[in-house]
Design a binder for this molecule. Structure first.
Ligand SMILES: [Zn+2]
Length: 306
């Protein structure tokens, strides 16, 4: 997405550049005539009384006078357009780099743990997908930061359409049963048991499996999750009750509204700062003592008699 935008901007800049070259050829043309011209409109100011162009009304001390053989300066509007076209791609790249270094964004940690419940009365594989996110500044070192603790967990079992959706901050959970009805309540072993029941594991001993699954889910985000967790033997003498595999953890940066605000702000600041410099009024050859404004130069005649 960002690259597409960048390409688009380069395309627009190239187009502007071409039109600018055409405009500049006319605008910055050499004054090939033998007359001094108004710096704003190009009107001949030879023999003029005072400092105001009779054609456009510009103060010649501000817009300057183009002497024969000089180039007409690019006017302020064009300078603004040129700066805008030239600065945007660079400002965009700079904003993206700065954003990557210090810009606000989400750090999202995804964790996945596969839990094998191997009891004859509850033989199923449960996958816990946990997600946690928090606001960080800078994406560059995201892999060196500690993972964000889980906030939301999806437990998927035999029926992928009946995932148990767990909100850890409120300790609540819910799932849609076979008839499409939402079953929700507190997140505890009883909730997991009810959820397993809904998937066809009706044996009363499923409560034991539910407790083991809850323990394995609760380990996520703790040091214990990095290893295998073997379920304890059940009360009926089964030792092969199940195992939870180590948690697989990945973290990544994700742009949010603040990231876009930051990038846009940087681009606008660069553009405005440059625009202020580019649009600065230029005072040609100073005031008063300027040879351009010397009546002798404007009239092109002999020095006035003293
Ligand atoms: Zn003029």
């Amino acid at each position: 997405m960002a690259w597409a935008l960048l390409m688009l901007m380069f395309g627009a800049a190239a187009l502007l550049g071409i039109s600018l070259r055409l405009a500049r050829r006319k605008d910055a043309a050499l004054n090939a005539s033998a007359d001094p011209l108004c710096g704003n409109c190009g009107y001949c100011v030879r023999g003029l009384d005072g400092n105001v162009c009779p054609e456009c009304g510009s103060d010649l001390r501000v817009v300057g006078i183009i002497m024969p053989g000089e180039k007409r300066p690019i006017n302020r509007a064009w300078r603004g357009v040129i700066w805008t076209a030239a600065s945007l791609p660079g400002a965009f790249l700079f904003a993206v780099m700065l954003s990557n270094w210090v810009g606000p964004q989400w750090m999202v940690t995804n964790q996945r743990r596969v839990i094998f419940s191997q009891m004859t009365y509850c033989n199923t594989t449960v996958t816990a997908n946990a997600t946690g996110k928090k606001l960080v500044f800078g994406a560059a070192q995201i892999h060196e930061r500690p993972p964000v603790p889980p906030q939301i967990i999806f437990l998927s079992g035999n029926n992928v359409n009946q995932s148990l959706d767990i909100r850890l901050s409120e300790r609540t959970c819910g799932y849609f049963d076979a008839s499409g009805k939402l079953v929700s309540g507190n997140f505890d072993a009883k909730a997991i048991e009810t959820w397993l029941n809904a998937q066809g594991f009706k044996d009363p001993r499923v409560a034991e499996a539910a407790a083991n699954i809850l323990a394995a889910v609760n380990e996520m985000g703790t040091p214990a999750e990095t290893g295998f967790t073997r379920f304890p033997p059940d009360r009926w003498g089964n030792s092969q009750t199940g195992v939870a595999h180590p948690t697989f953890t990945t973290s990544q940066a994700r742009a949010n509204e603040l990231t876009y605000l930051f990038d846009g702000g940087v681009i606008v600041l660069i553009w405005l700062a440059g625009l202020a410099v580019v649009l600065r009024r230029r005072h040609f050859r100073g005031a008063g003592a300027s040879p351009v404004l010397d009546p002798q130069v404007i009239t092109g005649g002999a020095p006035a008699p003293r």
